[in-house]
Design a binder for this molecule. Sequence first.
Ligand code: NAP
Ligand code: F7E
Length: 337
Amino acid sequence: MPKVALITGITGQDGSYLTELLIGKGYVVHGLKRRSSSFNTERIERIDLHPRHPEAHLFLHYGDLSDMGSLVHLLRQVQPDEVYNLGAQSHVRVSFDVPGYTADVTGLGAVRIMEAIRIAEVDCRVYQASSSEMFGAAPPPQNEFTPFHPRSPYGCAKVFAYWSAVNYREAWKMHVSNGILFNHESPRRGENFVTRKITRAVARIEAGIQDKLYLGNLDAVRDWGYAPEYVEAMWLMLQQPQPDDFVIATGEPRTVREFVVAAFDQVGLDWEQYVDTDPAYLRPSEVDSLIGDPSKARQKLGWTPKTLFPDLVRIMVDADRQLLEDERMGRLVRMDR
Ligand code: NAP
Ligand code: F7E
């Protein structure tokens, strides 16, 4: 019998890569998608079934992390072996504008999915998408023992979800693991996160269809990895006999400015001619520096990052140049966006 997985947030960056990984392993994958007025399944539309795994399948279901009933019904119907809770209002800056909604979906949503698992009496393992944003103002390097000091409604909601996951593990003996993932990027990254905003702009400026790129804080330090490798870590966590919490990161600190320079360098343009700052993109309270220590994941999961900063920038700039070319030629946009 193939294993069955349920993914919330399947239409997002990580959901799409995780779906491909699990289909490649022969899983039957069920995804929760929310209703929207425009199509939101672009990232998973062209996922091919794996030739070696004819039993693998992908099914999508309407539901919402704010709607408990939809979660209970879906869990009863699907009876998953593994649940990956990736759904969230995941934008930090936006969370200051919609703090209540962020708390509801990103925070309480995690409780709803775990409580729904209990109500539906499903015997499964759970992955909770925790975040380095929980560390916030705690000085780097950050590891599993670093105390949390969140700096946004998003970070606060993720801390609530993190401790709720630990509590379901302790109280109900559920196999729930937190992946504390540092920033991870790809050509499928949402266009209003800084890396993708930069690489999309670089391609457009090179093509002569954009004049300027407006950014906020160029001094923020982040630890950027490559999303397809990070979803592998999620899967590895659920294959462990005991549930646990793991930091997933590269350990390599880079500023937003360094990302800008590397991306413009790749197309031979001088970034200073094109980049301006706009206070609209600053945050009421910023997270200055996130640098992860992934030693525990290396030792216990055998996980190490392979794609580091220069390759990540190259992959993203190349993909956005190709995407622009495809759009200009009227070609079908490729799945590896
Ligand atoms: P993403 O691209 O923003 O995807 C978020 C997903 O959540 C989308 O599928 C979205 O659906 C869905 N969603 C939003 N509100 C929902 C609701 N009310 N009910 C059900 N689904 C809802 O995020 P990502 O980068 O893939 O990240 C995946 C998870 O990891 C998130 O929980 C994020 O907070 C967390 N995380 C991300 C990073 C990172 O660097 N990427 C690092 C640490 C943790 P639509 O497509 O309809 O919007
Ligand atoms: O910002 C600065 C900004 O929005 C990175 C989410 O996936 O990772 C992500 O959160 C840095 C910040 O990601 C702009 O102030 C400058 O210091 O790409 P970001 P994030 O806030 O780190 C964590 C781990 C998550 O869990 C989240 O879900 O870049 N920055 N100028 C800018 N950021 C944006 N978005 N736009 C700018 O114009």
